[in-house]
Design a protein around this ligand. Structure first.
Ligand SMILES: O=P(O)(O)OC[C@H]1O[C@H](O)[C@H](O)[C@@H](O)[C@@H]1O
Length: 445
């Protein structure tokens, strides 16, 4: 289970000012529970972990096994909430060099449909030429351009390379139960498909098949992931008192910091495996809170890497930031710094120490320096990178996000602003139905 520590925010805000949010947080929790707030048709994530059945997990695992048995490579085609959760979990739990290993225990996982780069797609199709590959096509709406475009290419290549029969077996769709191009194709082609519940928005969908299927294909234990989330669902429940409820405290703390001029939250890790957890978190908080001209800007850094690029700004730049550090207590492997007789690099003072001890001192030193430099610090401690802990962490962030959005006074469950670029892109590409917009946009160029 994660531990949350907000002590290093005191001095910028106070324990009293955070505790003063208790009543407001309680009201937000009740609004979520009773479904009486803004965006209440998107609350399916709230009790998702505790409602996932063993039958559903078995179905997912059986489908994952088909892909594992028949594919060297599996492409997860999706964008935003339709790929970030899966990627976050898979990369957090995978060996850093998994795709380079000769003896593979799972298909190589590759992501597509999250950009429109011709080079990326060309290079991907090149790489796949001699591979037995399968595709998980994920789109809630079923009509997202980036994903549909990549899937069109991948479907054709898969059918051409592996034949229609095999393609039917190794292409899986995760989409709306009724509407959208992905649903129509899946039904017509007879693909195995899973449903994204109507009431679960993309960025809250990691514990639906959207996340669970790719995670199972990659060889990770989705039961433990869900168990971790379910325990966190309890730990962050509406009945849990404010001072014992991590989601409540995190939501209150970040809102208090925001009220006190801290407009940017930087999610920090000291393990590159967590890079995509940050990417997932950025979408979760960015799309949920960035509206009505309000919202903390969610940013992320990987330390100690970015201490050598962004460290200066964080230490001495504009004092409008705070940091939330995800700290992993125990690493998986053991590696000691070797002794070197010549000691030309002067590192013999570290000889015999674990590399993680050096990393931990970098972490502690950074926390102290940044707090001294005027950067409030929230710390989230994960005992280890395991399915159980990652499941808990993700539910914790989701629950806190729902509460936090209501504290801010926005609808945390919509994303109307995302449509603006799409409308312009379709107008510029002369998409049928966009004739008026095309004319208007051409006149602006
Ligand atoms: O799953 P899809 O319908 O393809 O949507 C994928 C993503 O793109 C949209 O534009 C939204 O901004 C995201 O919230 C969503 O996760």
């Amino acid at each position: 289970m994660i531990k949350l520590n907000i002590e290093k925010t005191f001095g910028f805000i106070s324990k009293e000012s955070v505790d003063a949010y208790a009543a407001e947080v309680k009201a937000a929790q009740e609004t979520l529970e009773q479904g009486t707030g803004k965006g209440n048709d998107f609350l399916g994530w709230l009790h998702l972990p505790s409602s996932i059945t063993p039958e559903h997990l078995a179905d997912l695992k059986a489908t994952a096994q088909v892909l594992r048995d028949n594919c060297e490579v599996v492409i997860v085609a999706g964008i935003g909430g339709s790929y970030l959760g899966a990627r976050a979990v898979i990369e957090a739990l995978s060996n850093s060099f998994t795709w380079l290993q000769d003896k593979k225990t799972a298909p190589v996982m590759i992501y597509a449909g999250h950009n429109i780069s011709e080079d990326y797609l060309f290079e991907l199709t090149e790489y796949l030429k001699d591979k037995k590959f399968g595709v998980i096509n994920i789109s809630k709406s079923g009509t997202t351009t980036e994903t549909a475009l990549a899937f069109r290419l991948l479907k054709k290549q898969c059918e051409d390379q592996r034949g229609k029969e095999t393609a039917r077996k190794v292409i899986v769709a995760i989409t709306d139960p009724k509407k959208g191009a992905a649903r129509i194709t899946a039904d017509k082609e007879g693909y195995k498909s899973f449903i994204i519940p109507d009431n679960v928005g993309g960025r809250f969908s990691v514990l639906t098949p959207v996340g669970l299927l790719p995670i199972a294909v990659a060889g990770f234990d989705i039961e433990k992931l869900v168990a971790g989330a379910a325990d966190m669902e309890k730990a962050c429940g509406a009945h849990v008192p404010f001072t014992e409820n991590p989601a409540a405290i995190y939501a209150a703390t970040r809102n208090d910091l925001y009220k006190n001029g801290k407009k940017i939250e930087i999610l920090v890790n000291f393990s590159p495996k967590l890079h995509y957890v940050s990417e997932w978190w950025k979408q979760l908080y960015g799309e949920s809170e960035g509206k009505d001209n309000k919202g903390i800007f969610p940013a992320a850094v990987d330390f100690s890497t970015d201490l050598h690029s962004m460290g200066q700004w964080i230490q001495e730049g504009e004092r409008t930031i705070f940091e939330t550090v995800i700290s992993v207590e125990k690493v998986e492997h053991k590696l000691e710094v070797p002794t070197d007789e010549a000691n030309l690099d002067g590192l013999n003072f570290l000889a015999g120490k674990r590399v993680d001890e050096v990393n931990k001192m970098a972490e502690l030193g950074t926390q102290l320096a940044h707090v001294d430099g005027g950067v409030p610090n929230i710390r989230i401690v994960l005992p280890e990178l395991t399915e159980y802990n990652i499941g808990g962490l993700m539910y914790f962030f989701e629950k806190a996000c729902g509460i936090s959005g209501y504290l801010l006074g926005v609808n945390p469950f919509n994303q109307p602003g995302v449509e603006a670029y799409k409308k312009n892109m379709f107008a510029l590409l002369n998409k049928p139905g966009y004739e008026e917009e095309s004319k208007a946009i051409q006149a602006r160029l």
